[in-house]
Design a binder for this molecule. Sequence first.
Ligand SMILES: C[S@@+](CC[C@H](N)C(=O)[O-])C[C@H]1O[C@@H](n2cnc3c(N)ncnc32)[C@H](O)[C@@H]1O
Length: 450
Amino acid sequence: MPAAANESVERKNVRALIGIISTVAEDAMNTWEQESGRIPSLDKPVDDTRAVAPELLRSMRLLESACFQLCSTLMPTSLSMITRSYAPIDSACLGVASQGKVADVLDGHPKGLHVDIIAEKTQLPAEKLARVLRLLAVKHCFKEVSKDVSANNRLSHSIRSTTPLAALISTFSDICHENAWPFLYSTLADPEYGPSNSPTKTSFSWSMRKEKPDATFFGYLAERPEKSEMFGKAMTAFDAGGVQEFYPIGSLPAGATWCDVGGGQGGVLIPVANTHPTLRLTLQDQLHVIEEAKQHFAQECPGVLNEKRISFVPIDFFKEPPVPNQDVYYMRMIIHDWPDAESIQILKNVRKAMGPQSRLLIHDYVLPSLDSKAQTQHIPKPLLPTYYGAGGQRSFMMDQHAGAAELEGAHAAGLHQPRPRQRARHPHSPRRIEWHTVPEIPALEELPKA
Ligand SMILES: C[S@@+](CC[C@H](N)C(=O)[O-])C[C@H]1O[C@@H](n2cnc3c(N)ncnc32)[C@H](O)[C@@H]1O
C-alpha cells in the first residue's frame, strides 16, 4: 500500500522498522537454507545452529534491534519498564532449570513428562516448578505440550547439565548474581570504589570486601577448583563467530606456530586444532586452568594430544612473556577484562616474545563509538546509531559484566574506541596487531569477504 504523503514521523519509523524486519528475516531464512539446507526448528530438541555465518550474525543484529525498537515504540511505557525490571527473574528461572537438571530429565522424552515426574526426579516442589517452567516456555525455552506436561525444545536441550551453556548459566547464577551484578549501584556510589579503575575495586571486590579485601574474580576462581572448572567450561559456550570465520588461518604455511594466550580450556583452540591439522599449537593460561585444559582436550580431541600437536605451558601474563617466536599470538576475551595499566602490561609481555615474523590477533568486544561516522553511517534508520540498538546489547552487557564481575573491563580500560582493522591484503604480514570482535561485530561490514 503506498504511504500517505502526510504520514507522521512515528508512522514512517514504524513502517521502516517493519520493512527491516521483513527484509532481514528473509535474508536470515535464505542464509540458513544455504548453510544448513533448512531453517532451524525451535521445536526440535537438537541444536543444529552452531556453525554461524557472519552474514547471519549481521541479520540477527538488525532483526533483534528492529523488533525491540518496534515493541518499545508501540508498547505502553509501563509495560516496557515493568518487563525490564523483571529481567533478573528470567535468569533466576534459567538457574532453576539448569541447577535442577530439568533438561536432562526430559532428554529422550519427546512427548514430554508431567511436572509431577520432573519434580520427583529433580527433588523440587511440583507446583512451583510448573510455574517456573511455564515462564520459561512462554519465551521458548522448554515447551508446554499440554497442561503441566513439558518437553525439551532446541533452547532447553542446549542447557543439559553437561553443556557449556549450562556452565554459563550456573556461573552467572552462582557467582555473578551472588557476588557482583546486584552491587553495581553500591559500588558506583562508594567514594572509594566508584571512581577507581583498580581491578581490586569492582562490584565483585565490593561484595567480598568484608571477607577478603581486594578480592578479584580470577583470584576467587583460583581458590575454588569446581567454580574455576565451571567458568572455564562456560567460556567454551562463546562459539558463534569463531576466529576461522574472520581470519584466513588456512593460508598460514604448514607447520606455522599458534599460541593462544589465556586460552582457557581451549574453546577456540579445539576447533582450530580440528580444522587446521598442520598448525603447531600452544595453549597458555594459569597453571590450574592448564590442568583443566588438558582434561578438556583429552575428552574432546584426544587425537591432537596423541599426535603431540599441542603444548600446554603455564603463564602469568602479567609477570612473563608467552613462549617466544610464534607466528601467531592470539588472545580472545582477555583484554576486555583489564584496565589500561594491566592491558599494557600483558601486551608488553607479548611484545617481548614476538619475533620479526610474529603477529598478534586480538579477538574481543570493541564497543562502537557514536562519533565514528564509519561505524554509524551504514546503520539503517530509525535503528539506533549506538550499535543498532538491542541487537548489540550483548557487547554492552559484556562491558558491564567485565566491569562488575570480572575486572575493570573494556570501558574502564578505554578500549571502547574502535581500533583500526588491518585488511587482508597482506594477511600474514609480520608484527601486526589485529582487532577482531566477538561475536557482536560492530564493524562486520568492514571485514574482507572470505
Ligand atoms: C574471559 S576468559 C577467556 C578464555 C579464552 N581465551 C576464551 O576466549 O574462551 C579469561 C582467561 O584469562 C585467564 N587469566 C586470567 N588471569 C591470568 C593471568 N594472570 N595469567 C594468565 N592467564 C590469566 C583466565 O584463566 C581465563 O582463562
